[in-house]
Design a protein around this ligand. Structure first.
Ligand SMILES: [Zn+2]
Length: 459
């Protein structure tokens, strides 16, 4: 049975038109005014509302063994939360650590999501060491349709790679046509600064930011860019948090390095004073790179509006209060992460578009289209065209609400954005032509999501 979304304002990058979108067999097949549809077609009235392409979160953690514990979500809870918030595709970091076998890790992550995710998904494959088997294993993973890698310059001895391994990963990525995403902080400096602060008795969450200052991230960003420059690989800096790192990224872009930059929701809306709150309130706001001095927020918004930052993800990573308390004696033991998969689109719209920091065109690009293009999903995802998957978000700009852990669907007992005002939210969300969420509720089919196969694109 077909589905038609009637009389909405259809917004894609570079285009805003009033009309109808008709979908059948999971795909958009017609766009126009007053479309005639067969009897039995499901009709969604979008009068007075925007119709956006399904939003894409390019950076989430769902299954994650990390810092002696596991992130709280399952693919069921995270995907339902995503859909309620208008995200119809997420890309999860597949993160085996240095002592795990990469291929076994990849199979494990796939098995966790398979049949459980209610929306479509893909993986970035983390390369956390580069040994004898790595090249053949990565070739197999790319052939399976996972055509992006992730490296960590941070997290020494756990996820982190050294410069030699980074070089090998980028060289292989170039050969395979695969984009490499990178967490850019200098692992050695972080480890030394952490040890020094702890030795001085500076153990609270307020010392997390000083242990990984802006200079450490700027160094990592610059070094990653230099390695891209010298290998010819294509890269993507994840969760860039501050002006100094941005300057390193922009300088690289200006000299022709094939580099894109992601910001994440926490760095746009929260600042380091949140992590300086006493006790567990501070711990709830510990992530890496850390929340920064407030002045960086305007810098990031400005860079988003000018296209210097390409995408906005979340780095969704839920640890609950009990887990955060693992870091009571030392901030270095606080599990890193702030969840956001459910709130990204609404907060980005409310604090970006409604407050005049970004226009509607940029909003659609940074929250959907650009990620689809960078990660080999376009035009199947990230736009509304004949032939695209019918992932549609009918968006009600008149909705008013408040972000709260009490009403969230993410499996966690706090929300880092607690109390923030929402101006607009999805009223209908479809995945491949099927309504999966309505007005803040999941109404669809669990486990319907598919692993998206992606071709290498950067030869
Ligand atoms: Zn992450």
């Amino acid at each position: 049975m077909g589905l038609v979304v009637r009389n909405g304002e259809i917004v894609t990058v570079g285009s805003r038109v009033k009309g109808d979108v008709y979908a059948e067999n999971e795909t958009v097949t017609r766009i126009g005014k007053n479309l005639e549809v067969p009897p039995g077609t499901e009709i969604i009235d979008a009068s007075g509302k925007f119709v956006f392409p399904g939003f894409i979160d390019p950076h989430v953690h769902i299954y994650l063994p990390f810092m002696a514990t596991f992130a709280k979500d399952t693919h069921e809870t995270a995907s339902i939360a995503a859909l309620i918030g208008g995200t119809t595709t997420y890309i999860e970091m597949c993160c085996p650590n240095r002592t795990d076998d990469a291929l076994a890790g990849y199979e494990l992550w796939k098995s966790k999501a398979n049949g459980k995710s209610a929306c479509d998904y893909a993986f970035h494959m983390s390369v956390t060491k580069f040994g004898e088997e790595t090249e053949s294993q990565l070739r197999e993973i790319v052939a399976d349709g996972t055509s992006s890698f992730k490296i960590f310059l941070a997290y020494k001895n756990f996820f982190g790679v050294d410069d030699g391994e980074m070089y090998q990963t980028l060289t292989l990525a170039k050969k395979l046509g695969v984009i490499v995403t990178a967490h850019c902080e200098n692992a050695e400096l972080v480890a030394r600064l952490q040890a020094q602060l702890i030795a001085e008795g500076k153990t609270g969450p307020e010392w997390h930011e000083p242990s990984r200052p802006e200079s450490v991230e700027a160094e990592g960003t610059g070094r990653f860019a230099t390695f891209l420059e010298n290998t010819g690989a294509t890269g993507y800096v994840v969760h860039l948090s501050c002006e100094r790192a941005l300057n390193a990224g922009v300088a690289a872009k200006e000299r022709g390095v094939r580099l894109s930059v992601e910001a994440v929701l926490p760095h746009l809306l929260l600042d380091k004073s949140f992590a300086e709150r006493p006790g567990v309130e501070g711990m709830k706001h510990v992530m890496s790179p850390p929340l920064r001095a407030k002045k960086n927020q305007d810098v990031l918004w400005n860079a988003l509006s000018r296209g210097l930052v390409d995408t906005v993800g979340t780095d969704h990573c839920p640890f609950d209060v009990e887990q955060k308390l693992l870091g009571t004696d030392a901030f270095t033991n606080i599990p890193n992460g702030i969840p956001g998969i459910e709130d990204r689109v609404n907060l980005l719209y409310s604090f970006g578009v409604q407050k005049g920091r970004i226009d509607l065109d940029r909003f659609v690009d940074i929250a959907s289209t650009r990620a689809a293009k960078l990660f080999g999903l376009y035009p199947r995802k990230g736009t509304i065209e004949v032939g695209s998957d019918a992932d549609l978000v009918v968006f009600d700009t008149n909705y008013r609400g408040i972000v709260s852990a009490k009403t969230q669907h993410v499996n966690n007992d706090y929300n880092g954005f607690e109390g923030m005002a929402i101006e607009g939210r999805p009223s209908v969300v479809t995945v491949r032509g099927k309504v999966q969420a309505r007005d803040g509720k999941f109404v669809g089919e669990r486990g319907r999501g598919r692993l998206l196969k992606r071709e290498p694109a950067y030869f």
